[in-house]
Ligand binder design. Structure first.
Ligand code: ADP
Length: 178
């Protein structure tokens, strides 16, 4: 049987999955890194959708997620989640990162989707140490998937080889392959 969690090295914007997760900032109005890449690939429709959410709900706090259409992307929807900024580990960063993953999975399920791709949330400009963030990502997703059959495929999309190796190692330990 195909493992439900897999690692991919590459650009998340090119994937044909139901949902792509964006590592957004609280403004939801775009930024650099993966956020900028997703908005560039999706086109202006995505920004418009984010502006609407923003008008209805205000800012998106760390650990929370919102869903929009996906503009020109091959995905059906984008889930924008806000990871924590790393302040040294004493400001609930681990819990907030777990929340960002878990709330994104719940939102994808609530919308009836079966496949989802995550970037390595918070490990760019937000400075979360990559090994610790990868462990939280894999543990949170794997705990969530137990007894929840709806999500068939969860991809961890790594931009660099170092991150891909970290995930690979963790998934091998979990008995999953990539
Ligand atoms: P954050 O602000 O949450 O730290 P960043 O976008 O700065 O978000 O970085 C999050 C991760 O996304 C980093 O590991 C970065 O290398 C990665 N990344 C950047 N662009 C892409 C992309 N096109 N596809 C997948 N991952 C990406």
């Amino acid at each position: 049987m195909q493992p439900r969690m897999q690692v991919l090295q590459g650009d998340i914007t090119t994937l044909e999955v139901d949902v792509i997760v964006n590592a957004a900032n609280s403004s939801l109005l775009g930024g650099g890194g993966v956020d900028g890449a997703i908005h560039r690939a999706a086109g202006p429709e995505l920004l418009k959708a984010c502006q609407q959410v923003r008008q209805q709900q205000g800012e998106c706090p760390p650990g929370h997620s919102v869903i929009t259409t996906a503009g020109n992307l091959r995905a059906k929807a984008v889930i924008h989640t806000v990871g924590p900024v790393w302040h040294g580990g004493g400001e609930h960063e681990a819990r907030l990162l777990e929340d960002a993953y878990r709330n994104s999975l719940l939102l994808a399920e609530a919308n009836g989707y079966t496949s989802i791709a995550f970037p390595a949330i918070s490990t760019g400009v937000y400075g979360y140490p990559k090994p610790a963030a990868a462990e939280i990502a894999v543990n949170t997703v794997s705990a969530h998937l137990i007894r929840r059959p709806q999500l068939q495929q969860v991809l961890f999309v790594c931009f660099d080889a170092e991150t891909a190796h970290l995930y690979q190692h963790l998934l091998t330990q979990q008995g999953e392959e990539s």
